[in-house]
Write a protein that binds this ligand. Structure first.
Ligand SMILES: [Zn+2]
Length: 412
């Protein structure tokens, strides 16, 4: 491994490791990992913040060369050629014709190359692999991570091996296969796919992209914080609503803002609101429990349907440190929010992303958004990724004879 500009710190025991020493979990804290609880030993990537602070005069200088100083890469030209990140932020002034007393900003990450937030992580993983001569990248996936890795690897001429539980829907596999990745469906669950990918990493020397297992996934996911700060004209939003499954996006957003704080570029943190479906709430439900209790997940928001949140301990640390908030919403609310979002903005979000919007709507209904506040919703993926869950909730009109009379009838 070449790079020495960053180190790893274990989330659980605080031990620090050189980045040439290990690549994945903290060896001592991951020893007892089992399927009954989230994994211990997830690493955080740290840079020399004192040195960076002294070397920059402000945000503009930090931004130069794609925030290179805060990236685990030697050269930002190692990044894949597709445009990842720099997604639009839209401001919504009214909903259903009603003027809003608060600002709502939508960060539309469906505009990434494979239509999801996962591309931010895949791009960093792909670039790191290129710099370290790791020709094959493997990941366990239930959909978005796999299609993202497949697309990013195709653009970078790298090999991708995607291990999926056999229950993964065909629509999700299509995107992986069309990009030329090797798909390995296995009998079993995401956990089994995860375990096989780790064994393959050990056996074949492949680079492993698994969320949270590979600490650099968080480095990719933090980049939206920098963009938000700039897009909001260097103001910190009051709240950011984030859909949560494993907790990696929330941790990434926290880490991005925390780094700006460490560099004295901001003086307060936004309040992060993590949003889960009440049918997959293992992260939120366990926040205050001493022993982790898994409840089987079955939400329509399948990209946040998670039994063992892989980044649970880090996310919980951040929530406690920065007074984060959490809310669960029903699947019915998620579908309503998806429709409301589409009708009002033209953005067709995947159910997981709509969950974050449902969280905001719930805050609004219970008058928890103070007048004049600035609120961001992270829209993490496109609704076109998985039409099945949506089509069942929509009424499609039947065909009629092409007459004006029938047209008038339909318009009513
Ligand atoms: Zn440790």
């Amino acid at each position: 491994m070449k790079t020495g500009k960053f180190i790893y710190k274990c989330t659980d025991c605080d031990r620090e490791y050189s980045s040439s020493e290990i690549r994945y979990f903290c060896p001592s804290c991951s020893k007892g990992n089992n399927t009954a609880a989230p994994p211990g030993g997830v690493l955080k990537t740290l840079y020399d913040y004192d040195l960076i602070r002294k070397s920059i005069s402000g945000f503009e200088e930090l931004k130069q060369n794609c925030f290179c100083k805060l990236m685990p890469l030697e050269d930002m030209r190692s990044l894949p050629p597709l445009r990842v990140g720099n997604t639009p932020l839209y401001t919504v002034g009214e909903l259903n014709g009603e003027k809003l007393p608060v600002s709502i900003h939508l960060k539309d990450d469906s505009q990434n190359p494979t239509w999801s937030y996962k591309d931010r992580a895949s791009a960093i993983v792909s670039a790191y692999a290129a710099e370290n001569n790791l020709g094959t990248i493997v990941t366990a996936s239930t959909g978005n991570a796999g299609s993202s890795m497949a697309g990013i690897c195709a653009s970078h001429r790298q090999k991708a091996v995607i291990i999926v539980p056999e229950a993964v829907r065909l629509t999700r596999l299509t995107q992986i296969i069309i990009c030329g990745a090797t798909v390995v469906p296995i009998t079993g669950t995401y956990d089994d796919a995860f375990d096989l990918s780790v064994k393959a990493t050990e056996e074949f020397g492949w680079y492993n992209r698994n969320t949270a297992f590979n600490p650099l996934t968080i480095e990719g996911k933090k980049t939206a914080s920098f963009e938000l700060f700039e897009q909001l004209r260097f103001q910190i939003p009051d709240r950011i609503f984030i859909p949560a499954g494993d907790g990696v996006i929330a941790s990434g957003i926290y880490k991005g803002f925390e780094e700006l704080l460490l560099l004295n570029l901001i003086d307060r943190m936004p309040v992060i609101v993590i949003v889960q479906s009440d049918k997959s709430d293992n992260l939120i439900r366990n926040l205050d429990l001493n022993t982790f209790m898994i409840r089987s997940s079955s939400t329509i928001a399948d990209s946040i349907s998670v039994d063992r949140p892989r980044n649970f301990y880090m996310t919980r640390q951040y929530i406690r440190k920065y007074d984060g908030e959490a809310i669960t919403v029903s699947d019915e609310d998620i579908m309503k929010a998806a429709k409301m979002l589409a009708i009002n903005t033209g953005i067709f979000a995947e159910p997981a992303a709509a969950a974050a919007f449902a969280g905001l709507l719930s805050y609004r209904e219970s008058e928890r958004l103070s007048a004049g506040s600035s609120n961001v919703v992270l829209l993490t993926g496109s609704g076109l990724k998985d039409l099945r869950s949506v089509t069942t909730a929509l009424k499609t009109p039947s065909a009629v004879d092409p007459t004006i009379k029938n047209l008038e009838k339909l318009l009513k």
